[in-house]
Design a protein around this ligand. Structure first.
Ligand code: AVJ
Length: 328
């Protein structure tokens, strides 16, 4: 793996490709077949996700942007206690929404360090360049890699109070057990007084939700297919992208939005570098992503179980999305 990081990006040691290989073999050997959505985000995947965020159907980004635009003062005031802090942005991506808060904090001359963490090195580097340009006074200490490895790294380099952002409904990619586990694991990196701002996509008209994951322009389908392209590239595979269909389905009872790649033929796929091959029947589906939607009471219940205090629930005018501020 090349380490072309800008000087102050910390690239975490990567057993990453091994993990990727292991996860893929396991997921494609199972029944039903699965691939983890965390592998969507290579350079191409990150760029496709940026296009998704601009789609008319993809309301999530617009609604969270509305929340931050209208309530930036209240939100940033709520972060500020005496003394400096680290604003840790888990899964920062292009940080378009975070920048609204960053600008507000910089304008208030608040002393803090911005710590973007992303699985995509490309995304972190692009972000770093854009921040140097747009907010030259800002202190930035980026990290890339697995969330918890990055947080561990942060432990060793800073003892500041933490305000952790987990925006954009990234938490929706976790199942309930995974969320419980995630919040429990996070606790190890926090002390009393630290805060978390988590973006949750709320339950709403199921058709609105479904169309956000099956847009007219087909960008979400491209995003889903890119996972196969990435696997082909990384492991010398022969997935034929023309032999799959993107399919997305929302279950309003569980709040689970599921995306699939459905095989249109009986086919056999080989990942040469892994010495791995497997069969797909006609119309067999690979489950590639779950994006959970929540009610406010479900959010509060999760917080209670994790022993987090719910400080404030910020929502948009349509109540499509909620950014919830918790205190440890
Ligand atoms: C980045 C996980 C928030 O689940 O809505 C967008 C990813 N997948 N369209 C989401 C995604 C398909 C997105 N998150």
């Amino acid at each position: 793996k090349p380490k072309t990081a800008l000087p102050n990006v910390t690239t975490l040691e990567e057993a990453d490709t091994n993990q990727f290989a292991q996860d893929i073999i396991q997921g494609l050997s199972g029944n039903p077949k699965t691939l983890s959505s965390k592998y969507f985000y290579d350079g191409t995947g990150s760029r496709l996700f940026q296009q998704i965020m601009d789609l008319p159907e993809y309301y999530l980004t617009r609604t969270e942007t509305e929340i931050f635009t209208r309530q930036q003062e209240a939100i940033t005031k709520a972060f500020c206690a005496p003394g400096s802090f680290d604003l840790v942005d888990l899964g920062s991506g292009d940080a378009a929404k975070t920048k609204i808060l960053l600008r507000a904090l910089v304008n208030q001359a608040v002393d803090f360090t911005y710590v973007p963490i992303d699985i995509s090195l490309d995304a972190v580097q692009e972000l770093q360049l854009s921040l140097a340009d747009e907010l030259p006074g800002l202190k930035v200490a980026p990290l890339t890699g697995d969330y918890f490895e990055a947080l561990q790294q942060l432990q060793t380099q800073s003892t500041n109070r933490k305000v952790l952002l987990f925006l954009g409904s990234n938490i929706g990619n976790f199942s309930y057990p995974e969320i419980r586990n995630f919040l429990k694991n996070l606790r190890q990196y926090f002390v009393a007084g630290d805060q978390l701002l988590i973006g949750f996509d709320l339950k709403k008209d199921p058709r609105v939700i479904r169309s956000a994951y099956d847009d007219q322009a087909g960008i979400t389908a491209e995003f889903n297919f890119n996972l196969l392209r990435r696997i082909n590239q990384t492991f010398n595979g022969n997935f034929n992208l023309n032999h799959f269909k993107h399919f997305a389905e929302y279950n309003p009872v569980s709040g689970e939005m599921k995306s699939f790649l459905v095989s249109t033929h009986n086919q056999e796929v080989t990942l040469h570098d892994l010495d791995f091959n497997f069969k797909l029947s006609a119309w067999e589906a690979i489950h590639t992503e779950s994006s959970f939607k929540f009610s406010e009471s479900q959010i509060k219940e999760l917080a209670q179980e994790a022993n987090l205090q719910t400080e404030y629930v910020y929502t948009d005018s349509q109540e499509y999305f909620a950014d919830v501020l918790f205190r440890v």
